[in-house]
Design a protein around this ligand. Structure first.
Ligand code: URA
Length: 216
């Protein structure tokens, strides 16, 4: 079992931040995946989920995409971003000159909320130490936060995605010195619902800023 303990929450934070006692874990990403899978289904409120969707991709990638939570397709396959939003994300990754296998893709929540409802604060609080530990073990150069929940959590703000997007921020590891640039941008599902020249242009602008940082 993961040893989790609560840290004090700054009042402006979007969700409580918990920490994992790393002494109980092996230190690879696979070890963490086994720990998280052992805790599945995580909570009563997520008990309708059929799979733990930990994340996938290159564990040494310099680029990590963080979404919100698995949907029905992801729950069925146990893999992140494999439905319509995933196909849009694949297109974005390709347009950046990368293959899906070259990046790492995960979500804040590791299990599907029933009916695709928004994650509850308790669910985010439980999943946060796992996401943070994932990021520590991958140590990417840049994180792309897809949509409001991931952006708010990683940047510890209540600001909405419309305000946040396009402004590079920083994820500060509450347990250490690690600081990783975060680009908050629209969720691909939002892009699918709002497929306008303006939204597409804004998202592409965000990805270009990410590519520029990766090129350094
Ligand atoms: N939406 C997400 O946020 N994550 C997925 O894995 C799929 C859809």
């Amino acid at each position: 079992m993961l040893g989790v303990s609560c840290m004090p929450l700054p009042s402006e934070c979007a969700a409580p931040v918990e920490t994992i006692s790393s002494t109980v874990l092996g230190d690879s990403l696979d070890d963490l995946q086994r720990e998280v899978e052992a805790a599945f289904p995580f909570s009563e409120s997520l008990s309708a989920a059929t799979a733990c969707v930990f994340g996938e991709g290159d564990p040494n990638s310099s680029l990590v995409f963080v979404g919100e939570a698995p949907g029905a397709d992801e729950d069925r396959q146990g893999r992140p971003f494999v439905g319509p939003a995933g196909r849009k994300l694949d297109e974005i990754i390709k347009a950046m000159g990368l293959e899906r296998e070259e990046v790492y893709i995960c979500n804040v929540l590791k299990a599907r909320p029933p009916g695709n409802r928004n994650p509850l604060p308790d669910e985010v609080a439980q999943a946060t130490p796992w996401l943070y530990e994932q990021l520590r073990r991958i140590r990417p150069s840049v994180i792309v936060a897809l949509g409001g929940p991931a952006s708010k959590l990683l940047l510890q703000t209540h600001d909405g995605i419309t305000r946040l997007r396009g402004h590079m921020g920083v994820w500060q590891d509450p347990e250490g010195d690690l600081e990783i640039p975060v680009m908050p941008t629209f969720h691909p599902a939002f892009l699918l619902r709002n497929y306008t020249a303006e939204v597409r242009g804004q998202m592409w602008q965000d990805m270009q800023a990410v590519m520029a940082l990766l090129a350094h």
